[in-house]
Design a protein around this ligand. Sequence first.
Ligand SMILES: [Zn+2]
Ligand SMILES: [Zn+2]
Length: 372
Amino acid sequence: MSATQEISSKAALVRKVGGTFDIEDVSVAAPRDYEVRLRMVGCGMCHTDIVARDGFPVPLPIVLGHEGSGVVESIGAKVSRVKPGDHVVLSFNSCLECPSCAESKPAYCFNFFPNNFSGVRPADGTSAVSQNGAVIHANFFGQSSFSTYAIAHEINAIPVDKDLPLEILGPLGCGIQTGAGAAINALAIKAGQSLVIFGGGAVGLSALLGARAVDAGIVIVVEPNAARRVLALELGATHVIDPKATTDVLASVKKLSGGGVRYALDTTGNPAVVGIAVETMLPNGMLGLLGIPPPDATLPASMMSMLVRGIGVKCITEGDSDPQEFIPRLLAFYRAGKFPFDRLITKFPFSQINEAAHSSERGEAIKPVLIF
Ligand SMILES: [Zn+2]
Ligand SMILES: [Zn+2]
């Protein structure tokens, strides 16, 4: 069933840098060949939505939102992976043609930027969203899912079983996959191995959940927010450290881990924190960097110290994930009771999208999810 008609939708538009999300009426075009149109059910809010609202270069006005989940309403003529009525989680978009995509590493798609941040279809510069004939930018992460209807692509629409709680599954497509994939895919942590995670936000706690899902040993979470430290312990951290109340975080990590950890993950992007993280590891350790650093930051690490221990550094995007493969794996862990990502989620009605953003900015909601 391919639709030929545009459909009216309520979408949250950002019209100026640093502005608010304003819910307005828009039109969403019929899906083209490899596109799918969805009735959105839920959408997580990720740090990148707030960064984009506040000036990350995307064209305005734009519909943001990139952790959507919904029901396929109609499909383009060449779509074969999903059909109307399917439940799907949306993830980032990729080109399918570059060397990274050919190796099933779409997180490192050579065309990641145009496919996720250009606000248009890269092929011809058009947008699927409009308002009274005027262009509204969309295709953010190949979805722009702060909208009751959205256009995605069959490559970034991942089918999921209908008995799962669809409205909260969207964050698996970005923030949760980013953290969990860092632990499971990028670092490939094995049973019994130790890890320290700097930052206990949505990504850091998802890394903790990922590490627990694969039966890691010692997992230490360094996080200044007391409520998040409590949650980290409930989710299976063996130790937590308050960096504001600890004069020597490096010494604390070494003491708690019996001399050092095998792996370290930084979700803060703070160079001073990375400088500590790189020294926490035993020989043959690997440091994963997930946080968004200041634009001109350089690595604050002793090359000699790293050399003599054989320390590796891996910068990680989207958890090294191929969402079509990894999201079903995370859901299998969830079904088995080994990946309770729902503990990170706070629901807000779509109409309270600005409150959801503020709650996240204040450090209250770890992972807000808008419910349509
Ligand atoms: Zn590609
Ligand atoms: Zn994101």
